[in-house]
Design a protein around this ligand. Structure first.
Ligand code: SAM
Length: 286
């Protein structure tokens, strides 16, 4: 089986784009206003250039921003103070860019970044203060334990939240009754581990370690999609950006339109019966 191409990191340190190039990527009439933020996030160098790594990151985040824009604008139109929770926020590139391009100019709505690493949260808080992003907050906590003030979030995003942190993001979205969810899963190991040595009529699908890893990651995302459907979400699974930008390229978009979906629940149960392994995420179906 041929492998997809790996992103070429050889030119990482070399600025790829001039100042005017990044401005072509930036979907705003006044890109200059965002330049200090992008420099503070180290997406741009001090000279205003973009290297290969930051171009990849910026391309991913801007692509997700454009995909989420209609749902965020609908939320802003419907609600006085919609809350977007970005989980496993890391350096909060996504939160800062969503705030800079959409939430900030709207004059209402909040972005809450949830991140387990204290140091990253401190840095993001300082940057939000420096940028004057008053409706941006950060919580230093594992996603599994995080509860927002008011216990509600309108939209949940999790971009490359590691392994089962994406499942924690799904549980978070359910307990905060989020209408919109956007997940770009990261590496996944739990299901591959469960499949290791597991017998059954389909065992050839996961016999070899590399296929077990890939099939395990694929099955995990299929189960995530079905769990969300069974919980009443309409689910769309698409390519995130090109493989040249990231190898973790599956985007799961979900919008809730009913409390539950018995047909999807049936499909999920049948799949689990056929494969015979039960990832921990199924606890939300109890
Ligand atoms: C690969 S990084 C992605 C960061 C960011 N979303 C982005 O795309 O730039 C994953 C981040 O999730 C955080 N993380 C992983 N598991 C977590 C958990 N269970 N709770 C909170 N944060 C978590 C890590 O500390 C890390 O900063």
């Amino acid at each position: 089986m041929s492998q997809p191409p790996k992103p070429d990191k050889s030119a990482t340190a070399r600025p790829l784009a001039t100042e005017s190039d990044w401005k072509k990527l930036w979907p705003s009439a006044q890109p200059g206003k965002s330049e200090p933020l992008l420099k503070a996030l180290h997406i741009l160098t001090r000279d205003g250039a973009l290297n290969a790594d930051s171009r990849r990151k910026l391309t991913q985040v801007l692509h997700l921003t454009q995909l989420l824009r209609p749902a965020i604008e609908a939320m802003l139109a419907e609600k006085d103070d919609p809350v977007l929770a970005d989980l496993g926020a890391g350096k909060s590139y996504l939160g800062f860019i969503l705030y800079d391009l959409i939430i900030g100019p709207a004059g209402k709505g909040r972005v809450v970044g949830v991140e387990a690493r204290d140091k990253l949260v401190e840095t993001s808080r300082a940057l939000a203060t420096q940028a004057g992003f008053e409706r941006m907050e950060f919580m230093a906590a594992p996603i599994a334990e995080a509860v927002l003030p008011g216990g509600h979030a309108d939209m949940v995003t999790a971009l490359h939240a590691c392994d089962t942190a994406t499942d924690d993001a799904i549980r978070f979205a359910l307990r905060h009754e989020a209408k919109h969810i956007a997940l770009v899963p990261c590496c996944q190991a739990e299901v591959a581990r469960l499949l290791d040595g597991h017998q059954g009529p389909m065992r050839q699908l996961w016999r070899h370690p590399i296929q077990r890893r890939e099939f395990g990651a694929h099955l995990t995302n299929v189960i995530r999609g079905l769990v969300l459907e069974a919980q009443g979400y309409k689910v769309r699974v698409t390519e995130f950006t090109g493989l040249e930008h990231t190898m973790k390229n599956e985007l799961i978009l979900a919008e809730r339109h009913q409390r539950s979906n018995a047909q999807a629940r049936g499909e999920l149960d049948r799949l689990i019966d056929q494969i015979g392994v039960k990832p921990a995420l199924l606890d939300v179906m109890a």
